[in-house]
Design a protein around this ligand. Structure first.
Ligand code: PLP
Length: 402
């Protein structure tokens, strides 16, 4: 009988020549358990999703309760579905005041699609600006504003009228003019290598958008839900965009995304023509119930503060490690969104593989083969953090200070 692994390789469309290929039995808290009896501490949260850990009991409970009431009942926006309404209300209470309504999607790329369409329709303009080394998803609109040519090229023609500016470069912002519908950016670039821009850059970006009438979209798909030590990364910069997009940690492990804006901007979707932007499954009641339960865990357990404290601790330990001349170039990030840049791709490879062999999952960021992604669940214990750090240190040929 063929193993599940060979069926996986045979029947599941492969997106890379070397998938990790762990055969998952179950996942709980920060740990993945595999069918061969091993366990792995996940230091990348399934790529930024498991902020509250895997299979959180509060989420499981909420999912069970909702599944027993109803699953899908109607396409988006027609029926009053309590889980959607409750989550939207909660999110609006936690976002800056400019945000008044939420549109739910199934994913981050769909959230960005919706936000871009909304900005074009609201402003009546066609052109878009994004930044080099950004990542916004893989649908054609989100791909069109993703700032790395090798990912766009095979799929062109994509959206016309998109230009890319260097990230964190204030003079370049003069390219934002009165014919721009929207400027989209991650407040902290994730796949670009965990790059935190200067406050002045985002302040100037906000000002330039105000001056020209271009809408500012913050893609908080990766940075949202306490990942960076604030509930949303925009809080670090004290700036509110016109539209914010969310996903990943939003569903507590279930597929859920969304974007929020003012009522005035959101009203564009319901006229000329009505139903300008609809979705069958967006805001699925089970995902929304899970999302609300997950958000309550973040708030109750004060995971924003914990992410901030643990992030400081990890970066401090990594800085100590960097002094041992083992190929660490830079340590970046905020909260538990950390990039460990090494001097050579082979060192990164050795670190990721070495940690894996020691039962700790690490990864790269999409646009860089020298940046190691450190993005553990926010609920990690100090003992687990130290275990992960020890695996990193050993695989780089260093030793962790006590
Ligand atoms: N935006 C950002 C900043 C992301 O990091 C990602 C995914 O990594 C996306 C959008 C796409 O989200 P999804 O994979 O849910 O479509």
């Amino acid at each position: 009988m063929p193993s599940k692994k060979s069926d996986f390789l045979n029947y599941i469309c492969q997106t890379s020549p070397h998938p990790v290929g762990l055969e998952i039995e179950r996942a709980l808290s920060a740990t993945l358990y595999t069918t061969d009896g091993k366990s792995y501490l996940d230091f990348i949260s399934g790529i930024g999703v498991a902020n509250i850990g895997f299979t959180h009991p509060a989420v499981v409970e909420a999912v069970k309760a909702q599944v027993e009431k109803y699953t899908h009942v109607m396409v988006y926006g027609e029926y009053v579905q309590a889980p959607q309404v409750a989550l939207a209300k909660k999110l609006i209470s936690l976002l800056p005041d400019v945000f008044e309504q939420v549109y739910f999607t199934n994913s981050g790329t769909e959230a960005n699609e919706g936000a871009l369409k909304l900005a074009k329709k609201y402003t009546g303009r066609k052109k878009l600006i994004s930044f080099e080394n950004s990542f916004h998803g893989d649908s054609q609109g989100s791909c069109a504003v993703t700032g790395r040519e090798i990912y766009r090229k095979p799929f062109e023609p994509l959206l016309p009228g998109v230009s890319f500016l260097p990230f964190n470069d204030i003079p370049a912002l003069d390219a934002i003019t009165e014919d721009i519908a929207a400027v989209i950016t991650e407040p902290i670039q994730g796949e670009g290598g965990m790059r935190v821009p200067d406050v002045d850059f985002l302040v100037k970006l906000r000002t330039r958008c105000d001056e020209t009438g271009a809408l500012l979209i913050f893609d908080e798909v990766q940075t949202g839900f306490a990942r960076t030590g604030k509930l949303f990364a925009m809080e670090h910069f004290d700036i509110a965009p016109d539209i914010v997009t969310l996903a990943k940690g939003m569903g507590g492990g279930m597929p859920l995304g969304g974007f929020a804006a003012s009522k005035k901007i959101m009203a564009t979707f319901s006229t000329n023509p009505p139903l300008s932007h609809v979705t069958t499954f967006g805001g699925h009641p089970v995902s929304c119930a899970a999302g609300l339960a997950g958000l309550e865990v973040i708030l109750k357990e004060n995971l924003t503060e914990k992410a901030e404290t643990d992030g400081h601790y990890i970066r401090k330990k990594l800085r100590e490690l960097a002094k041992q001349n083992i190929g660490i170039r830079e340590i970046r990030g905020k909260g538990l969104m950390i990039g460990l840049e090494v001097t050579d791709p082979q060192i990164a490879e050795r670190c990721v593989q070495g940690a894996f062999d020691r039962g700790v999952i690490l990864g790269w960021t999409l646009h860089s083969d020298t940046v190691i992604r450190i993005m553990p669940p926010l609920i990690l214990s100090r003992e687990e953090i130290d275990r992960g750090l020890k695996a990193i240190a050993e695989s780089l040929g260093g030793a962790l200070n006590k």
